[in-house]
Design a protein around this ligand. Structure first.
Ligand SMILES: Cc1cc2nc3c(=O)[nH]c(=O)nc-3n(C[C@H](O)[C@H](O)[C@H](O)COP(=O)(O)OP(=O)(O)OC[C@H]3O[C@@H](n4cnc5c(N)ncnc54)[C@H](O)[C@@H]3O)c2cc1C
Length: 248
């Protein structure tokens, strides 16, 4: 069984995000980056698929040299090998998806795992786009994955419940929190990751069709105002809600 995970290198969830000088993109300077948290579930999933069914695992990322750090994390978790589609040019989600799909089809994978979403730009577009480009079934937000012969049974997280769907592989799956408990890389895994191969490949160039016009941080909320603490404050409260807040 051939299982591939696509991983992104994203700002640490603790990082203080700043908008870049051009007012369009995240300023990545001085920010610690990590393996996208949803991609950890996806990585664990392909490791478990290999453990149950044999075969090989591969991690792919598209980005600059810094993405190698994230590939090393996937390798340290136990993935066999990795590919860096090395590119720093401006890309939108479709452009990333087309480049990933072009590489993925060379490997004829049985399972292509993604995270549900990338926590940098939150587009939630790439898994569906890749499935469409490759003509494969796609199941999103998966919290349980079972494979029986050719049958793939997925539990999907939906508002207030779960949905169970069935398909066959090859398939594209996006992983949601709860799919599994991602393993911590062991010391042995970390040492082994240093010698595992990361192949650098030039991805296909695809002009973006969506352009970011501007990006800004939400304004911080103003401090609350205490009008009074007893019934005497009600008329003033009503006036403020009517005239200032304009909610009544
Ligand atoms: C080289 C490059 C240049 C970019 N330039 C710009 C820019 O100029 N302006 C801008 O606003 N944005 C830029 N981006 C961000 C890009 O447009 C996407 O927003 C970003 O790749 C995340 O995609 P998404 O939010 O659509 O991911 P989602 O669809 O939310 O991600 C879902 C899953 O797709 C996979 N995935 C996402 N990104 C990658 C990746 N790079 N490699 C492998 N798997 C991935 C992961 O499994 C992830 O969990 C750039 C990205 C790259 C890689």
């Amino acid at each position: 069984m051939k299982c591939i995970v696509c991983v992104n290198h994203v700002p640490d969830t603790e990082a203080k995000i700043k908008v870049g000088a051009d007012g369009k993109y995240i300023d990545k300077a001085g920010i610690n980056h990590i393996l996208n948290p949803y991609d950890e579930f996806a990585t664990e999933a392909i490791l478990q698929l290999k453990e149950k069914n044999g075969g090989e695992t591969l991690a792919i990322t598209l980005g600059g040299d810094s993405h190698k750090e994230t590939l090393r994390k996937a390798l340290a978790m136990g993935v066999d090998k990795a590919i860096l589609l090395k590119d720093d040019s401006v890309r939108d989600s479709l452009s990333v998806a087309k480049a990933l799909a072009e590489e993925l089809k060379k490997h004829t994978p049985d399972f292509i795992l993604f995270g549900k979403q990338s926590i940098d730009y939150y587009n939630e577009q790439i898994p569906g786009m890749v499935a469409e480009i490759l003509g494969l079934p796609s199941v999103t937000a998966v919290v349980k994955l079972t494979v029986e012969d050719k049958k793939v049974i997925c539990h999907r997280e939906i508002e207030g419940g779960q949905e169970i769907v069935e398909t066959t592989y090859p398939v594209v799956i996006s992983a949601h929190k709860g799919l599994n408990e991602p393993r911590y890389p062991s010391l042995k895994g970390i040492m082994a990751s240093k010698t595992k191969p990361i192949t650098e490949i030039q991805p296909i160039a695809v002009a973006p069709v969506v352009e970011t016009i501007t990006m800004f941080k939400a304004q911080s909320k103003q401090a609350g105002k205490i009008v009074g603490t007893d019934a005497a404050a009600v008329p003033e409260l009503v006036r403020l809600l009517h005239e200032e807040a304009k909610v009544i």
